[in-house]
Design a protein around this ligand. Structure first.
Ligand SMILES: [Fe+2]
Length: 256
């Protein structure tokens, strides 16, 4: 089976547009539709017709292009069952544990409430690809708009058990700010400090930080590391629960 091809580009100001193309069947999935024009331009550049939109959550900057792209391509829109009424043009609602086929590739749906109540991530299991949108970012996680920190912590745990080599495509280029924050939470983490230095250079050159890998996030992303003794010591929260430590880290980032 030929590997999937992935095209990444910026939409709006800091949203990532992502196209996933199966060369064997010519199917092309657009992961969210932040803005129709740059998505259309990317599809045209690659010569791909968009056959699917995989929507992760209902925020405008993830669904605004749905109807225009559907009109242009007649694509099938798949999205979260718990936000179905808020997803423009939705054809098929999916929830936790559902799977569907994209060409010969199995896609598993992982519900990750926190940023929104019904947010889903799409896991292409055999391809070791995760589209995490606004649940898990490089060195960050989504803001808690619709569910409490405890729910987000448990959502992140569902992602953390995927294979270490999983490539993660996330929804926004927030990595520089995330890196500058992460070193305040986990100042003794050498791997993080070196990654943060690399990110300063990448972003100064205008380069993307997508994708990341789960292994790298588990080593350096403070939002996955609430159980880490050094972070707990730094926050003076050694005897608190993981959920409480996570909530504190999230609160500090909100005010960073
Ligand atoms: Fe969002």
């Amino acid at each position: 089976m030929k590997p999937l091809e992935i095209e990444v580009f910026i939409c709006r100001s800091d949203n990532y547009g992502v196209l996933v193309h199966d060369p064997e069947t010519s199917l092309t999935a657009c992961i969210d539709a932040p803005e129709a024009a740059p998505i259309l331009a990317a599809a045209t550049r690659r010569g791909w017709d968009i056959t699917h939109i995989l929507t992760t959550h209902h925020h405008t900057d993830h669904v605004e292009g749905n109807l225009a792209l559907k009109e242009q391509f007649g694509c099938v829109i798949i999205g979260p069952v718990n936000e179905a009424v808020a997803i423009p043009g939705l054809d098929r609602a999916v929830g936790d544990g559902d799977s569907f086929e994209f060409g010969g590739h199995t896609v598993n749906v992982i519900e990750t409430p926190g940023h929104t109540a019904g947010h889903v991530c799409y896991h292409f299991e055999d391809d070791k690809l995760l589209f995490s949108a606004d649940t898990l970012f490089a060195l960050g996680c989504g803001r808690l708009f619709e569910r409490p920190a405890t729910d987000m912590w448990h959502s992140l745990q569902k992602l953390a058990v995927l294979p270490d080599e999983t490539a993660i495509y996330f929804g926004h280029e927030y990595t520089l700010s995330n890196a500058r924050f992460a070193v305040t939470i986990d100042p003794d983490n050498e791997r993080l400090k070196s990654r943060a230095a690399d990110i300063e250079v990448l972003r100064a050159e205008g380069k993307f930080t997508i994708p990341t890998t789960l292994a790298l996030e588990k080593e350096t992303n403070p939002f996955l590391r609430a159980a880490d003794p050094s972070i707990r010591r730094n926050l003076l929260m050694e005897s608190r629960s993981n959920e409480e430590v996570f909530a504190e880290i999230r609160k500090r980032k909100d005010n960073f």
